[in-house]
Design a protein. Structure first.
Length: 414
């Protein structure tokens, strides 16, 4: 473990961890749905609003300061994802940005074209592109999931992605089962036919270092509220594509990048907090540049999270009535664990964990509806999902496993 990663120090930076419920300290295992927020983020938002906000392009201090905050936020995201600051656009959330980009890209699609999505993805990275394809009469193809391995089946990639493929949209990490996608083959095939590659990195960004260019992403989407920050959607679009993008916009609004994708007034107080999030990640790393510190910082975070995830998976695996939905040990995964318990509805289990043990977990399909349907888990209320974050501790994992032990072994009614 990195000497710079102290779980006590990490936890002290998240005020929500002090919350109690039913007389017990709360355990937040719902990170994949939205992480808890850093105190420095709260402070940055409060400071911006207390000093007086101002809209852009004004000749007065609060307007100038807002533009500086926006510029700093773009640079922080660029450092985080290995991009340039003028390729970073912000919006309400990644779903809204995806729909906006899809409407713009589809202007050039014709009836002989096709797009490719996957059976693993959150529907944000499916329906935004499929809706646009349907409007244009464009064929939609799916990269299938291997239901046994819980990875994408890339064996027929050459047939699925063709010379008529305009766009390939793929998740970097499954928000449901944690599988991290091996992008190499997909990237190579998309490059062969000149297709645009869209990567949904919403679930991946909190856990692994990302290099946009190495992944081969023309468009990369994520959301800051998944990695300890405010509710802000992020789109990173390669400059040459971005400049050609015919976006839907108000006539007087900017025509230059990245501003042209940002409709209306942005959430300036939230954007003022983005650099604090990136600095938190970088604080665990070493290096002469921010980017180097970020990459090595993720190594330290990953070491901590993987240790806890292994303990959690091992503890759940000992129960015959628990079914874990996960790829094999050789496949990279985020510290997100999806499972079901025979004889128990997922919603009932999560409610029981909250009410009896003050442990907050999530249940459902998590918008990965195609995967959920293929695995047949909806009749059980979907998955029970535990998602770990840097602020989670071994003591919390032990509390959770003890609770599950009591539920399964005693056959308690929930």
């Amino acid at each position: 473990m990195s000497a710079q990663f102290s779980i006590e120090k990490v936890r002290s930076q998240f005020p929500a961890l002090k919350r109690t419920y039913k007389g017990k300290q709360v355990v937040y295992f719902d990170g994949p749905g939205g992480s808890q927020v850093l105190q420095t983020v709260i402070d940055a938002i409060s400071s911006y609003m207390a000093r007086g906000g101002g809209n852009l392009h004004g000749q007065f201090p609060s307007s100038v300061e807002t533009e500086e905050h926006l510029s700093n936020a773009r640079q922080a995201v660029a450092d985080l994802l290995g991009a340039s600051s003028d390729e970073v656009a912000f919006g309400q959330n990644s779903t809204s940005l995806a729909f906006s980009i899809a409407r713009s890209l589809s202007k050039t699609w014709g009836s002989e074209d096709n797009i490719v999505v996957t059976e693993m993805d959150h529907r944000c990275n499916v329906d935004s592109w499929v809706s646009a394809a349907n409007d244009k009469g464009v064929d939609v193809r799916f990269i299938p999931v291997d239901e046994g391995k819980l990875t994408l089946d890339l064996s027929d990639l050459g047939t699925i992605i063709t010379s008529n493929t305009k766009l390939v949209a793929v998740t970097l990490a499954s928000n449901a089962v944690g599988t991290i996608t091996d992008m190499r083959k997909i990237k190579e095939r998309a490059e062969e036919v000149g297709a645009i590659v869209v990567i949904d990195a919403v679930h991946a960004v909190p856990h692994i270092a990302i290099n946009r260019d190495e992944l081969g992403a023309d468009i990369l989407l994520c959301s800051a509220y998944k990695f300890f920050g405010p509710h802000v959607g992020i789109a990173v679009v390669k400059k040459d594509l971005f400049e050609k993008l015919q976006v839907y916009k108000l006539n007087p609004a900017p025509t230059y990048i990245p501003d042209k994708l940002e409709t209306g007034t942005q959430n300036h107080e939230a954007l003022a907090a983005i650099p604090a999030v990136v600095e938190f990640i970088a604080s665990f790393g070493n290096g002469s540049t921010v980017r180097e510190r970020i990459v090595s910082g993720f190594d330290a975070i990953g070491e901590h999270e993987d240790k806890l995830a292994t303990k959690l998976r091992d503890g759940l695996s000992k129960h015959p009535t628990v079914t874990l939905y996960q790829a094999d040990k050789e496949t990279r995964k985020t510290p997100t664990i999806a499972f079901t318990i025979n004889g128990f509805h997922a919603t009932d289990v999560c409610k029981w964990l909250a009410e009896e043990h003050s442990i907050f977990t999530a249940d459902g399909h998590f918008y990965a509806t195609t995967l959920a349907e293929k695995l047949g888990i909806n009749q059980m209320g979907g998955w029970i999902r535990v998602g770990l974050a840097p602020y989670n501790s071994e003591e919390e994992v032990n509390r959770f496993l003890e609770a599950i032990d009591s539920l399964v072994s005693s056959k308690l009614s929930v």
